[in-house]
Write a protein that binds this ligand. Structure first.
Ligand code: BGC
Length: 567
């Protein structure tokens, strides 16, 4: 079976068997010390990246064909959102088989070829792991339904009797992130109304019971499966959700989603999750070349986030506090300081992220068009730590805000108002950042593949395509390419764990960073809508490295502009 792994050109219909040791050393990828500390990690949303077979849905072969583009862009690693076998109730975050690829994306041979090609190009691969919940079509859940109350399979999920005389009310008052109650009632095998099960997201996503040892064993095995396939790490979905407060206590009030990321909740960020990540870190460390775990952890404070990246736990956690910060110099400075201060004691790198598949694209969210988005990106890419780039942000793509209702697929969209007040879940508008990528100026789907994608692209996206922007020195794509090349060449950008703030006018953020090679970089970002005086240190800088918009040295800093200088 391992022969398949060696012979990519002749896949057979058998699935490749993961082969421990097959990827012991990643060809083409030298292993610098702790590569992940300053890595730029590019998020691919497989449904929307590239469609090789023309069925309107992106696939692994499409991603594989575009790997040279990603290598040329200059990123270090690629994080793939879920591609596992899934009924797609939540775009693949509802996994029916953690060891299989959904046929719409390809098969394990495609995954193997993708991982190998990425490594040959010097790119690392991080896959999404979804351990908080499975799909309701997962074999375990289906068996749990069949086996009935009290069965060992039911104990792998959270099944409870309902409240009320006939068990007609949910076991507690928790709300689903997607709206409505976090519980759904099932019928007993004989057809009578039976127990309820917990789902913090859609009803098609039942939460696992992480107190059950079989669940823990299964995920340790799944980790090894993908590590043996050669992946370099995992982005851990809802990493803060696995353990629930003992007894599943009531919240006592509605509107729980509004507290997410600001207050302690009985279903999120419980201390018990850390034991799980300690056991996972042991597995990651058994493999060569620094395999990593990245927590998607929504916690009330940056200090609570830091707990996920203590030395024996995961390597990175997304910095949602930064993502949620408006384009305002004082607020940015505060969150940059507090992010760095929280991570320093645990020795983990800070991460920076502006866009992903769950939030409004930052070109639109920050409210200042492409100029502001470019300035925000150049600021982010100068900060010490690891940066995340979401597919299409390098093209300056805006959020698509006018998708017709009939095109939408976000499960939260269909549960709007499920709890009565219409305000209790996510807005359900996440499809607007998931529209397929434009690769070429023309064609029915601008080179995405086939005659159209699973979500309609705006008619003018050809002008934003990779083809249209390549070699245009003023384009956002060429700005990202230059920024990532400079970041690779200068250790003052990305590496390290601190910034030296410089005096600057109100609304301007300015700092100095010194690289391991002793060369210093100065950075200034004007977050206002007017030109601002240049910070003194920048006025006397040796040379301009890069500017997010038109800028002539010595002139005031234009509105919504970030500039990098060599000191
Ligand atoms: C993912 C979402 C998904 C949810 C449930 C997240 O935080 O990023 O896209 O809907 O987890 O799995």
């Amino acid at each position: 079976m391992t022969q398949h792994l060696a012979d990519r050109t002749q896949p057979t219909s058998d699935a490749p068997t993961p082969n421990p040791g097959a990827h012991a050393a990643t060809p083409g990828v030298p292993t610098p010390p702790e590569w992940w500390r300053h890595a730029v990690i590019y998020q691919v949303y497989p449904r929307s990246f590239a469609d090789a077979n023309g069925d309107g849905m992106g696939d692994l072969a499409g991603i594989r064909a575009r790997l040279p583009y990603l290598a040329g862009l200059g990123v270090d690693a690629v994080w793939l959102s879920p591609f596992y076998a899934s009924p797609q109730a939540d775009a693949g975050y509802d996994v029916a088989d953690y060891r299989a690829i959904d046929p719409m994306f390809g098969d394990l041979h495609d995954a193997d070829a993708l991982i190998r090609d990425a490594h040959d190009l010097g790119l690392r691969i991080i896959v999404d792991l979804v351990p908080n919940h499975s799909s309701d079509q997962h074999e375990w859940f289906q068996r749990a339904l069949r086996d009935g109350p009290g069965s060992p399979l039911r104990d792998r999920y959270h099944f409870r009797a309902g409240k009320g005389e006939y068990g007609e009310a949910p076991p507690n008052d928790w709300e689903s992130i997607f709206g409505g109650p976090a519980w759904t009632r099932v019928a007993d095998p004989d057809g009578t109304p039976g127990q309820w099960y917990l789902h913090l997201f859609a009803p098609e996503q039942p939460d696992f019971n992480w107190e059950n040892p079989a669940v823990r064993d299964e995920f340790r095995s799944v980790l090894r499966f993908w590590l043996d396939m050669g992946v370099d790490g995992f982005r851990i979905d809802v990493a803060h959700g696995l353990v629930k407060a003992p007894g599943l206590p009531d919240m006592g009030h509605a509107g729980q989603l509004r507290l997410l990321g600001t207050q302690k909740l009985p279903f999120f960020d419980q201390d018990g999750v850390h034991e799980i990540y300690r056991s996972w870190r042991e597995i990651l460390d058994e493999y060569p070349d620094q395999r990593i775990g990245v927590a998607e952890a929504w916690t009330p404070t940056e200090d609570r986030t830091a707990l996920y990246v203590r030395r024996e736990e995961l390597n990175q956690a997304f910095n949602f506090h930064y993502l949620n910060t408006p384009w305002d110099a004082a607020e940015l400075r505060r969150v940059i300081d507090s992010s760095l201060d929280s991570m320093r004691p645990v020795g983990a790198p800070t991460t920076w992220v502006l866009s992903n598949h769950d939030v409004v694209r930052h070109r639109t969210r920050l409210g200042g068009g492409v100029e502001r988005a470019r300035a925000a990106s150049l600021l982010m890419l100068a900060l010490p730590g690891s940066a995340y780039v979401y597919q299409g942000e390098e093209l300056g793509l805006p959020e698509v805000t006018d998708l017709p209702d009939e095109a939408r697929q976000d499960p939260a969209f269909f549960r709007r108002g499920a709890g009565g007040d219409g305000q209790d879940g996510q807005d359900g508008l996440r499809d607007g950042c998931r529209v397929p990528m434009p690769w070429s100026r023309d064609g029915a789907s601008f080179g995405f593949g086939g005659v159209g994608g699973w979500l309609p692209q705006p008619g003018d996206w050809g002008a934003l395509s990779v083809e249209a922007q390549t070699d245009d020195p003023g384009s956002t794509l060429e700005l990202y390419r230059r920024a990532l090349a400079e970041r690779r060449a200068r250790s003052a950008l990305g590496a390290g764990d601190g910034v030296e703030w410089l005096e600057a006018a109100d609304g301007v953020l300015a700092f100095r960073r010194v690289g391991a090679d002793g060369r210093a970089v100065l950075v200034a970002a004007n977050t206002t809508d007017r030109a601002a005086p240049l910070p003194g240190a920048c006025a006397s800088a040796r040379g301009q490295v890069l500017a997010s918009g038109p800028y002539r040295q010595g002139e005031p800093l234009p509105a919504d502009t970030t500039v990098w200088w060599e000191e």
